[in-house]
Write a protein that binds this ligand. Structure first.
Ligand SMILES: [Cu+2]
Length: 215
């Protein structure tokens, strides 16, 4: 019965993720959902000293979340709404993240010169529901129009910021840049009430100011 057990626990894990995501994305800083760890709001809460005391049972402890959030030193660079989707762009210091290639978790350590980990959170523009299993391609251009970073973003999850898409990049120096995004539809299964949503590929542009380092 091992396969059945595994299937069940996987389904539970997915449900837990979905539950976390459903409540999230609200811009209401005072809402409880910002403590769920899957909300974009949470990613900036480390800066504002936001109270995470409403954490539910089973979630990482408040201390864990705050420690991770503060050690990550994430910064909100900007956001954009594209049709029925909202994309938020955060940055932290470069991180090592693992990506599955088949059964192997391959580590992506920051390469020489990379000075930022960009994190894109994708959500429904109206409800704030976090959208997994989509594709996001990022291009960062400087003021002269030169491409300084580009590529498809890895879907990933981390403590305190939940499901996002990202990569380590090099942003050469302090200044003004523009993130150009191409966002494809999430391929996750749908209830009938959302079958008509998020079905197109949309473009979004997020201008941002880079201070020279994520902090
Ligand atoms: Cu990431």
């Amino acid at each position: 019965m091992t396969p059945l057990t595994r299937t069940t626990s996987t389904a539970l894990a997915v449900s837990a993720l979905a539950l976390g995501a459903v409540g999230c994305g609200s811009d209401d800083q005072s809402s409880n959902v910002s403590a769920s760890g899957t909300s974009a709001t949470t990613s900036t809460s480390g800066h504002s000293g936001h109270d995470m005391s409403s954490m539910g049972s089973g979630a990482p402890s408040q201390a864990d979340q705050q420690a991770v959030a503060s050690s990550m030193r994430m910064e909100r660079l900007g956001s954009a709404t594209a049709g029925d989707r909202k994309v938020e762009l955060d940055a932290s210091e470069p991180v090592t993240f693992g990506v599955y290639e088949g059964d192997r978790l391959v580590q992506h350590a920051p390469r020489k010169g990379e000075n930022a980990h960009v994190m894109l959170t994708l959500s429904d523009a109206r409800t704030g529901d976090r959208l997994p299993d989509a594709t996001i391609t990022l291009r960062v251009i400087d003021q002269a129009g030169k491409v300084v970073a580009s590529g498809p973003q890895y879907p990933m999850i981390g403590m305190g910021m939940g499901i996002h898409y990202g990569d380590n990049v090099t942003i050469p120096k302090a200044g003004k840049y523009t993130a150009q995004l191409v966002v494809g539809p999430p391929r996750i299964g749908r209830h009938a009430d959302v079958e008509g949503r998020w079905n197109t590929t949309v473009k979004a542009t997020i201008p941002f100011t880079w201070k020279g380092a994520a902090r």
